[in-house]
Design a protein around this ligand. Structure first.
Ligand SMILES: Nc1nc2c(ncn2[C@@H]2O[C@H](COP(=O)(O)OP(=O)(O)OP(=O)(O)O)[C@@H](O)[C@H]2O)c(=O)[nH]1
Ligand SMILES: [Mg+2]
Length: 428
């Protein structure tokens, strides 16, 4: 080994040491408003959701609330995504995801690493910005940020990370970039590692999980497939099934369309359409794209150009978040209201019955009643059961208490919206 190679190796080791040192020394940058949201709002919300009323399926509401918290944190740390449409770019390794994003970067000195072997290591947000200077930051596990110059950013390639013998993403989960994007103003792309990267070392083993996590952060999904594959592979369909694409706009980019004759391109795209339809995957459009010449060779439904034009509109992120909070609370409010109405109805119905049935209040009867209540509240016609239910209801449900929980829910709804407003104050 010559001296120059030895020197380079030594320099790389020093760089690796330095980045760990910088990450450990970094100072968290989460605002007070955000930490208040995470502690006060989330704690009081969990307490409220655990109050006694008969919500059958509250896991969904809890997940929405956790997603609201995640989104607020994301915005408070990376303000450039405020009012932007987040577009996750997904696909197999070497499909051309990073190259696709590069084709929109105005500053040709800034490029995301691209290559034929698995290349992208860390999910990277690329938000459109009007600033003259590109701003690149590595985000650490402490919610701190390290600013990187272009050169440093490029040196953080896959082989750099693979030499660590731990998962680097545990201490630096993602990178953010603010840069000018050609003709796009209200978009933030997320470049993700290929979901099928064969894991070689322990340093980046969770590519699939991190690809999934960050693609789910997007409101829109662009799925990139290399045309040479000739077919949409089953694993692509399986992975798409694992993502929450039901409430997302999905667009399919068939990449490297320059590498084969046009007739074949058309045939392949039409085959893709069939597979997508057979698997009930809803998509806005599919386009065979040559990103070297930025040329669309063939598309179905909507062209990529039109699709991007359609989504490149400013969002009202604050309004969306506040509406989501209202929606979560409406879910609980409706549930409590249903409980109250039902208890009142049952009490009213049972009032007309004679009182002598009240005595025999055995354990078994209670079990039967609770079954009846659980299964079909409205179909109870038997007057004896209704009567006994009155007793049961009196013991089990307290309308006043339910009304109180309902009132508390309304107050907490407003409080949580105010806390969210505080987090998003910078956007006014
Ligand atoms: N001819 C041609 N080559 C392309 C095109 N797009 C990407 N490539 C090449 O395909 C290879 C893979 O591209 P990447 O952008 O690194 O793919 P990726 O999906 O980001 O891959 P990972 O980061 O490993 O998941 C690179 O060598 C690119 O130069 C294209 O439209 N035409
Ligand atoms: Mg890549």
């Amino acid at each position: 080994m010559n001296l120059e190679t030895k020197n380079n190796e030594l320099q790389e080791s020093l760089d690796r040491f330095k980045i760990i040192e910088d990450i450990l020394a970094s100072e968290p940058s989460v605002s007070k408003a955000m930490s208040d949201f995470s502690t006060i709002a989330m704690k009081e919300f969990t307490d409220f959701a655990n109050s006694e009323f008969s919500v059958k399926e509250d896991a969904g509401a809890l997940l929405i609330m956790q997603d609201i918290e995640r989104k607020l944190k994301e915005i408070s740390i990376f303000k450039s995504i405020f009012n932007k449409n987040i577009v996750g770019i997904g696909g197999r390794f070497s499909a051309g995801k990073s190259s696709f994003i590069n084709s929109f970067l105005s500053d040709k000195k800034l490029v995301l690493a691209q290559g034929i072997s698995p290349t992208t290591a860390i999910p990277t947000y690329i938000a459109s910005s009007q600033k003259e200077k590109n701003i690149i930051k590595l985000h650490t596990y402490k919610n701190a940020k390290l600013e990187l110059c272009n050169k440093k950013f490029l040196s953080l390639n896959r082989s750099f990370f693979e030499k660590f013998n731990f998962n680097f993403k545990d201490i630096a989960p993602y990178i953010t970039i603010e840069a000018k994007l050609d003709k796009l103003e209200h978009i933030c792309f997320i470049d993700t590692p290929g979901y099928n990267n064969p894991s070689k070392t322990s340093s980046l083993t969770d590519d699939k999980a991190s690809s999934k996590e960050y693609l789910n952060h997007g409101d829109i999904l662009i799925w990139v497939i290399a045309i040479e594959n000739g077919a949409i592979l089953g694993s692509d369909i399986d992975f798409l099934g694992e993502l929450n694409i039901e409430d997302k706009k999905v667009f399919i980019v068939v990449n490297r369309a320059d590498s084969i004759p046009l007739d074949n391109v058309k045939e392949i795209v039409n085959n893709f359409v069939k597979v997508l339809d057979d698997n009930f995957i809803e998509y806005e459009g599919i386009s065979a794209y040559n990103l070297i010449d930025k040329e669309e060779l063939y598309f179905k439904k909507t062209s990529l150009k039109k699709f991007l034009e359609n989504i490149d509109k400013p969002l009202d992120t604050k309004k969306d978040i506040l509406l989501k909070i209202d929606k979560v609370f409406k879910f609980y409010d409706d549930a409590i209201k249903t409980d109250i109405d039902w208890v009142k109805k049952m009490i009213r119905a049972s009032k007309t019955l004679s009182l002598n049935l009240l005595e025999n209040n055995s354990k078994k009867k209670e079990m039967i009643l609770s079954e009846v209540i659980k299964n079909n509240q409205s179909s109870i016609k038997n007057p004896m059961i209704l009567k006994e239910m009155r007793v049961y209801l009196k013991d089990k449900f307290d309308v006043e208490k339910l009304e109180e929980i309902r009132k508390k829910g309304k107050e907490l709804n407003e409080k949580i919206k105010n806390l969210a407003n505080e987090v998003l104050k910078f956007g006014d």
